[in-house]
Design a protein around this ligand. Structure first.
Ligand code: URA
Length: 475
């Protein structure tokens, strides 16, 4: 048996290429986590040259993406499982991944879902605290993910909060964004940061030091610890010592007990709560007052559909009728969608339908109709969209089987993909986003209703049907 330490996915890929090229049977290989000790025990790894590039075997792209995700799983056996699957793909079953009942495939798919769900939870539930120091504002958060997902999720936060200086602390590692680069550092264990008051202190002090890593590594360490101890001390211990001594160094720090702007996150059940379901979220959302839209709306209109939906459709916001009934897409736009669903062979019952903003934003018209004053739709602004986003994040994290995310219209597209895209350039093809590697943009049904003439209407309708068929084929 050969034992080979693995650092991360890239390392695994390189090792696995070498092993496959030399046709090394999985039963003879033990791939273990490289915790810095393993190289002492590694035996025979050199027999399997890394990345020889001699193999003509083409690894399915789907497997690479699966393996990349599973690389973030905490299960120590994941590298072996991945290698065994790779070996079987090459030597036994080129279509192995299609056999859902296969024990390895099933295990991989479960692990992939666990990582994805954990990443969604992190995106949804990380709560930043505002810290001011020397006139600068920083944001710090503590989070305890189930898996080693910090490096997977950090780029998402750097895009989402590009213009902020922030740090996320987790037991595995920390990550700091200084508006330019992501820097990774040691983890902070829960026992080092047990309760809220201490956590506040931890955030303040840790941030004060981690934000300028040069200062942490050199100046602070020199002043706090004899140099001869450095190489033997795990970094976590150094940080613990720094933290223990740090409060006196950050006397000017003003902690403000708030996140960024208020968002729906304050109405969502606690971090990492595994019992959260779509039903509990829906219940919580009835209380949402994160922005002002709840004041003029009749009720929160939460998403509908089964938790195992494979296709998720994201609209803009409820309209007049949805606001009254409390269900998305029951008005005129919903009728268009229903037509398109049936033409594309989709059953509404199997889909999850929700909106970017969960309250109806409108003004009341000045002229009266026989039915009273009309309520006129208004587009939600970017603050309202940002405020409401944690609800979609939380919904998405419950939708474990979701394979395709369909953004209906510009508001949903911008909320998911960020600004600067034209719908007509983006629609109809899968795009990878932070939520889903099969995100598809299509017309909002209201755009079809608003078409200037019948032929424009028909063209958009056919495109909507086509796009929904693409979504269907993507599951
Ligand atoms: N338009 C939307 O975007 N969502 C609805 O629920 C209704 C109309």
């Amino acid at each position: 048996m050969r034992t080979i330490p693995i650092d991360d996915f890239d390392d695994w890929r390189s090792v696995a290429r070498g092993l496959i090229a030399s046709n090394a049977p999985p039963a003879e290989i033990q791939l273990v986590e490289n915790d810095g000790q393993q190289s002492l025990f590694a035996t025979g790894a050199d027999n399997y040259a890394k990345d020889t590039n001699t193999s003509s075997f083409r690894v399915p792209r789907e497997f690479i993406s699966l393996a990349k995700t599973i690389g973030y799983h905490r299960n120590a056996n994941r590298w072996n499982l991945l290698y065994r699957t790779l070996w079987r793909l090459k030597n036994e079953q080129p279509h192995l991944l299609e056999i859902e009942t296969d024990a390895d495939v099933h295990r991989l798919s479960t692990m992939e879902k666990q990582v994805r769900r954990d990443a969604h939870k992190m995106k949804a539930f990380v709560r930043f605290r505002k810290v001011e120091r020397e006139g600068k504002v920083f944001f710090v958060a503590w989070h305890q993910p189930d898996h080693r997902i910090v490096r997977r999720v950090a780029p998402f936060f750097s895009r989402r909060f590009a213009g902020m200086n922030w740090t996320i602390l987790t037991p595995d590692e920390s990550v700091t964004w200084d508006q330019q680069t992501l820097q990774y550092g040691s983890g902070v264990t829960r026992s080092e940061a047990p309760d809220s008051d201490e956590l506040e202190d931890l955030w303040r002090t840790y941030y004060a030091h981690i934000f300028n890593p040069a200062r942490v590594k050199v100046k602070m360490m020199k002043s706090e610890m004899p140099v001869r101890f450095w190489k033997n001390l795990p970094e976590a211990d150094i940080i613990a010592d720094l933290l223990a001594d740090a409060p006196r160094r950050v006397d000017e720090m003003i902690e403000q007990h708030e996140g960024f702007d208020q968002t729906a996150i304050d109405f969502i059940p606690s971090v990492g709560d595994q019992t959260i379901t779509l039903d509990t979220l829906k219940e919580m959302a009835t209380e949402c007052m994160a922005c002002d839209l709840h004041q003029s709306a009749t009720q929160t209109v939460f998403g509908v559909g089964p938790a195992n939906a494979k296709i998720v459709l994201l609209g803009e916001q409820p309209g007049d009728q949805e606001d009254i009934v409390g269900t998305p897409f029951v008005g005129p736009a919903g009728k268009i969608l229903d037509e398109a669903f049936s033409a594309a062979g989709l059953d509404r019952e199997n889909l999850y339908l929700t909106n970017t903003v969960k309250h109806f934003k409108h003004t009341v018209s000045t002229d009266s109709t026989p039915k009273g004053k009309r309520r006129l739709h208004q587009k939600p602004n970017s603050r309202e969209i940002r405020c409401c986003r944690p609800w979609f994040d939380a919904e998405w994290s419950c939708l474990e089987d979701a394979k395709v995310l369909v953004c209906l219209g510009v508001t949903a597209m911008t909320a998911i993909m960020g600004p600067g895209r034209k719908l007509s350039d983006t629609r109809g093809r899968f795009v990878e986003t932070d939520y889903c590697n099969r995100t598809l943009v299509t017309w909002h049904p209201s755009a079809i209703l608003r078409s200037h003439n019948e032929s424009a209407r028909e063209e958009k309708m056919q495109q909507l049907i086509l796009d929904l068929s693409v979504a269907c084929a993507g599951c």
